[in-house]
Design a protein around this ligand. Structure first.
Ligand SMILES: [Zn+2]
Length: 603
């Protein structure tokens, strides 16, 4: 009886409270018949309402955008803590849920504002908070979010108005995790390292073909993620959300990349996420992240609810298995310290093995149409006619490029412009106190091709051939020494190893080393040739061979330059990578034993 009265009392309280808050607790999305998304101020007002009325919700800011707008986060914790150390002490997992990386894709924001309200006001799913605390970033790209228009996403069905894909500086934040050029990304990486999340969610909307799935997802199941975490994600977490989403009427499917972009029957292909994307960056930091991609052609309402459901089931699962996940994260961090011992050949690039499995794909009927205007064909989908196709999925990937891990990389002091990025990513490194003669590995390049257009404001290196050579060299004091035996070992490998698509080298940081600064004049070298060839018969033989190549033989300037490159006048630094590698522990121990290293970051 007593219990009955208590329950009645609780219900009365809840009703009274919700009546008192009734008007304000409806989200903009709900008030607009699920057709609209709130602007920045409206979103912030709702966040303030939540943090003012519910002690478990704290509003904070990670900093200011390029245009000076505060970037808010909501922290939802059972005790109302907003400090990661206090939350950790309660043995709760901390998850990041972020939306508005691409502000034209705001489902995550509207889904989470409702979910937090539902937790706080109605007690729905509030038990998740026993074991999980949530950091919610409603609008990562706040500047892009305020560039609102109905015309920002030509392929997409709603909301009525939406933000723009890039920041005020035209950066696509979902290409910026590793290089962190954007103001907003620098703040994000700081937040990431401060909170040390156990799991991350990234909410988006996808382009591409038409099919039945309202929600597709991507998890890093190959590549950079620790094997035990990969196993947990693939064998435990994923089957759970697949089943639950199917039961809810929101069947999910892996993020769809067809071998021929719009043609489902060409088959699906798998990929390893680059570190410029969140999945790849989180994986390299030993964390699982889920990329949620709702389907652009579904109604905005359906997309928001699909996002709500997948987040809800995920939080439920993480809450029930938080200890297991946190332990796996901890051992993954330990494993990454010892990568060089356990697996010294570090994989840098993957490609499909060519093997496939047949999968059922819930597509829609489509036919190839001849364009009246462009001389080409296009796929016309009929979303009213669902068809299940049996299609090949090229799921398995193999390593096609790898590199032997060095004990440490060396950054000579004239190239310290990379240091701020090392600091930002909390990569450990030392400064060398004295000059020292070491056996080191030096890399150099040939046939370098720079890309014709810029990508994210940088001129990428498209292709090159690379040589490695072991040499004795005096490494000068004030160089940075970056060991690979550290938690951030994968970031170190991807930043410094030229063959990684995410390296400093490929992002164009070192393009200046490819510029030839001195040239020979024809009237100088022609006079030298007779004697030079006589003294260097091997070069002469090579020259004769090259002259059989018509293209080479037709360009006098490049012939002269080639001969110049064989003389002692040639620039020995041209095309030589200034970052050096210490390959042997015996060499590295010379630095450690003589106390030549001064630690640059203390944790
Ligand atoms: Zn997106």
């Amino acid at each position: 009886m007593k219990r009955y009265f208590f329950t009645l009392f609780m219900i009365f309280n809840l009703v009274a409270y919700s009546q008192r808050l009734e008007v304000d607790t409806l989200t903009w999305f709900e008030k607009s018949q699920e057709l609209e998304t709130p602007n920045y101020i409206q979103t912030l007002d709702y966040c303030k309402m939540l943090s003012t009325n519910f002690r478990q919700v704290s509003l904070s800011y990670i900093g200011k955008s390029a245009l000076g707008l505060d970037i808010p986060i909501l922290i939802i914790d059972k005790n109302g803590f907003s400090n990661p150390h206090l939350i950790r002490a309660k043995n709760r997992a901390i998850v990041l849920i972020q939306a508005g990386v691409h502000p034209g894709e705001p489902e995550g924001k509207d889904a989470m504002l409702m979910m937090i309200r539902d937790m706080m006001l109605y007690g729905k799913n509030v038990s998740f908070l026993d074991n999980v605390s949530i950091v919610f970033l409603p609008i990562f790209n706040v500047d892009g979010h305020e560039r609102r228009s109905p015309y920002n996403r030509i392929n997409q069905d709603g909301p009525k108005e939406m933000g723009w894909r890039t920041t005020a500086q035209n950066y696509n934040l979902n290409r910026d995790y590793l290089k962190a050029d954007a103001t907003e990304m620098k703040l994000w990486v700081d937040m990431f390292n401060r909170w040390n999340f156990d799991f991350l969610f990234d909410c988006h909307t996808t382009n591409g073909a038409d099919y039945q799935y309202p929600v597709t997802y991507s998890l890093e199941l190959f590549g950079n993620l620790d094997k035990s975490l990969t196993n947990w994600a693939e064998k435990k977490y994923l089957p759970h959300i697949e089943t639950k989403m199917e039961e809810d009427g929101y069947p999910i499917f892996p993020y769809v990349i067809f071998r021929n972009w719009h043609d489902p029957q060409s088959g699906l292909r798998n990929y390893v996420s680059s570190l410029k994307l969140l999945n790849g960056y989180a994986a390299a930091n030993n964390r699982i992240s889920l990329l949620i991609e709702t389907h652009q052609l579904k109604s905005y309402s359906k997309r928001v609810w699909g996002t709500y459901h997948i987040l809800e089931h995920s939080l439920d699962y993480i809450s029930k298995n938080h200890n297991e996940l946190m332990n796996l994260n901890k051992s993954a961090d330990e494993n990454s310290r010892n990568l060089i011992i356990n697996n010294p050949m570090y994989p840098l690039k993957y490609a499909p093995t060519g093997d496939f499995i047949m999968v059922d794909f819930k597509g829609v009927f489509y036919e190839e149409m001849q364009s009246e205007f462009t001389n080409s064909t296009w796929f016309k989908y009929d979303s009213t006619r669902p068809v299940t196709y049996s299609i090949p999925f090229f799921k398995d990937l193999k390593v096609v490029e790898h590199s032997k891990m060095p004990v440490a990389y060396v950054v000579p002091q004239e190239w310290l412009f990379v240091e701020p990025l090392l600091k930002l990513h909390k990569i450990d490194y030392y400064t060398l106190r004295e000059n020292i003669n070491l056996e080191i590995m030096q890399q150099s390049f040939e046939n370098v091709k720079l890309s014709a257009t810029s990508f994210e404001g940088r001129q990428m290196v498209e292709s090159f051939d690379m040589k490695e050579e072991s040499i004795q060299k005096i490494v000068l004091k004030n160089s940075l020494i970056v060991p690979v035996q550290q938690i951030k070992s994968r970031l170190v490998m991807h930043l410094f190893e030229p063959k990684s698509d995410d390296s400093f080298l490929q992002w164009g940081y070192f393009n200046i080393i490819f510029e030839q600064k001195e040239y020979t004049e024809a009237y100088v070298i022609e006079k030298m040739l007779a004697q030079f060839f006589e003294e260097n018969p091997a070069i002469k033989a090579e020259f004769d061979e090259k002259m059989k190549d018509e293209e080479f033989a037709s360009n006098t300037r490049s012939i002269h330059n080639w001969i110049y490159s064989k003389t002692p006048y040639w620039d020995e630094n041209l095309n030589v990578y200034p970052i050096l590698k210490i390959m042997d522990y015996s060499e590295y121990s010379k630095l450690e034993n003589t106390k030549l290293l001064r630690k640059s970051i203390l944790r």
